[in-house]
Design a protein around this ligand. Structure first.
Ligand SMILES: Cc1cc2nc3c(=O)[nH]c(=O)nc-3n(C[C@H](O)[C@H](O)[C@H](O)COP(=O)(O)O)c2cc1C
Length: 231
């Protein structure tokens, strides 16, 4: 699969069959993370790969469900459906129900592999702090995307969970369970598995003209195909 196809086919997969993935494929996916760029090639990131520990996977599912209930549970549908603008209207109520009760986010349970990414901002002998927001989380983001695209190209599904890292209290519990030292911060968790069903059509994205500005802020970048047209 070429890189442009993988970029377009990549989706968030939140339903896995629970089937096992051959370890060689998982290793290929993990290896893709090593090639992510980092400032001064510091590679100030580490990953914990969980495949065997079913109790931990269940714990992650509980944690994500609880966090989703806390986040989405208080929203009335009339307001929250604005967030779901990209989902066809008839599907919104059932998806919203699964967001509210958190069951949509239990997928770590059935993932073959969970990869949790950590970064450090006091790495090597630099006299400056390299803040997580500007450096470590960017490196993890790039590495996760590498793995996401590699998994997509191999026909597997991937789902990203921010919940284990989002609330400092939950992050603390995760680090405690995994023996992570204080100077390392969890950034996010990637879940790789065999998708229950394909998700081909992606949620719509803003058009180029809405997202890119040409030369100055607010001046829409006009796609080549639309240039010179009269509206
Ligand atoms: C930084 C970040 C955090 C995300 N957090 C979550 C999450 O906690 N749970 C989840 O199921 N999906 C999460 N996602 C996935 C997004 O919901 C998803 O990428 C978006 O809706 C677009 O859908 P697509 O990935 O299928 O194209 C996250 C994605 C990113 C990049």
């Amino acid at each position: 699969m070429d890189v442009f196809t993988a970029i377009r086919r990549r989706r968030s997969i939140r339903e896995f069959t629970g089937e096992e993935i051959p370890p060689e494929d998982i290793e290929k996916i993990l290896d893709a993370a090593r090639y992510a760029p980092s400032p001064e090639n510091m590679q100030m990131v580490r990953y914990i790969v969980i495949r065997e520990d079913k109790d931990f996977k269940r714990f992650m599912a509980d944690l994500c469900q609880e966090a989703a209930q806390e986040l989405f549970g208080m929203y009335p549908y009339e307001l929250a459906q604005g967030r779901l603008w990209y989902i066809p209207e008839e599907k919104r109520p059932s998806i919203f129900k699964r967001m509210r009760d958190g069951t949509l986010f239990r997928y770590p349970e059935k993932a073959d592999t969970i990869v949790i990414g950590f970064s450090s901002e006091v790495f090597q002998d630099s006299p400056l702090i390299y803040p997580h927001e500007l450096f470590g989380s960017v490196v993890i983001g790039m590495a996760f995307q590498n793995m996401w695209l590699a998994a997509t190209a191999l026909g597997y599904g991937v789902g990203y969970q921010a919940f284990p890292a989002m609330d400092p209290r939950r992050a603390e519990v995760v680090c405690e369970a995994l023996g992570v030292p204080r100077s390392w911060k969890p950034i996010g968790a990637l879940h790789i598995g065999v998708p229950k069903r394909p998700r081909m059509a992606g949620p719509s994205r803003f058009p180029m003209e809405g997202m890119f500005y040409a030369e100055r802020w607010g001046n829409p970048y006009i796609r080549l195909a639309f240039r010179g047209r009269r509206w």
